[in-house]
Design a protein around this ligand. Sequence first.
Ligand code: AMP
Ligand code: GLY
Length: 428
Amino acid sequence: MNILVIGSGGREHALVWKIAQSPKVKKIYCAPGNAGTAELAENVNINIDDIKGLLKFALEKKIDLTVVGPEMPLVAGIVDLFEEKGLKIFGPNKAAAQIEGSKVFSKEFMAKYDIPTAQAGIFTNSKEAIAYINNVGAPIVVKADGLAAGKGVIVAQTVKEAMAAVNQIMEDKEFGAAGDKVVIEECLVGEEASIIAITDGETIVPLASSQDHKRVFDNDEGPNTGGMGAYSPAPVVTDQLMDTIYNSALEPFMVGMKREGIVYKGVIYAGIMVTKQGPKVLEFNCRFGDPETQPIMMRLESDLVEVFEKTVEGKLQAVNLKWKERAAVCVVLAAGGYPGKYETGLPISGLDKISQLKDAYVFHAGTKGPGVLTAGGRVLGVTALGDTIKFAIDNAYRAVSLISFKGMHYRQDIGKKALKCLRKRARI
Ligand code: AMP
Ligand code: GLY
């Protein structure tokens, strides 16, 4: 098969890496890809927002299956466009992708189908939004309705901060039309977990659980980022909790989509807050998580291409995923200054030393060749397996210690929460 993967992050490198292990695959293309994908696939210089260009390429190269990484092309309708031309593509169509493309749609959908989530108000007018904030008080969360490159959610600790966020989104239009509406919601407290599942519109197959590390600094301090590291499995997600999440969020999600007349195929990712009252959905995403996909792919034994094919064909029922009984940890190496301003074009050293390590692999995110230079905020995802989470952490940081570039920074505490959770359980 000829496969096209769309995107250029650590997520896409991990997908390409896993796809490359399938005996079904003849050739992989990655658009636009990075220096890591270039080693396993042919990078194609087409941007993720050029969906007509991607279609033309897929037709020309007789692509048998396209896999979409980021949300943007999904929300823009790439699946509908490819399917109209009879091309196989893994991901939800435009109507289905609204679950991530519009926080208002998502919130109304969750309310309609009784999916536990934060209490919220929806506003099209900044004065009303501010009056609501004054009434409810802080902490409070302000969310732009549309896609905002991961920057549209502000967890405000004070009323003043929340008001400033509303003004930024609705008056200054920092995210353009994505800020025509806002969702203002209750600030939930607890531990977060990522539940990523694949569905063909009927059957839901949850992947192994994982946990992201959103804040830039250790101990969850500093501003939010795209994710500074992840591990799988997440011990906070016990089998019992997974059942609760399946029954209270994933199953009603599918029932709801069907009632809305939407055939939802592809990834459904529930960002969960495990609160004292039980798990609540922070948001649904219509794509794989990044960095979560990096440790998840390292643990997956099954043929990913077969899973994608069965999803597209509506035959997921026949799929039984197999996982390595080991833990995986991914530590993101970020550019100096990230998530703020940062430099690019810096040489990276030590990558050649990693290939000698048995259990570690470096997924590239913001890199470009030739010679592997930094090209983004999140530069690399150093990912390692271990027989326990503790060993996986040690293996990942051992690999990290071999790599360097000017200004590089990373969190030192990736996986600590898993250890804490396991220790607490051992004491009970
Ligand atoms: P979202 O894009 O909606 O997942 O939000 C990004 C991040 O903001 C989440 O992963 C949480 O860390 C945080 N967040 C979003 N909604 C809430 C909420 N209602 N309460 C607390 N934190 C939240
Ligand atoms: N890791 C968070 C996300 O992919 O949205």
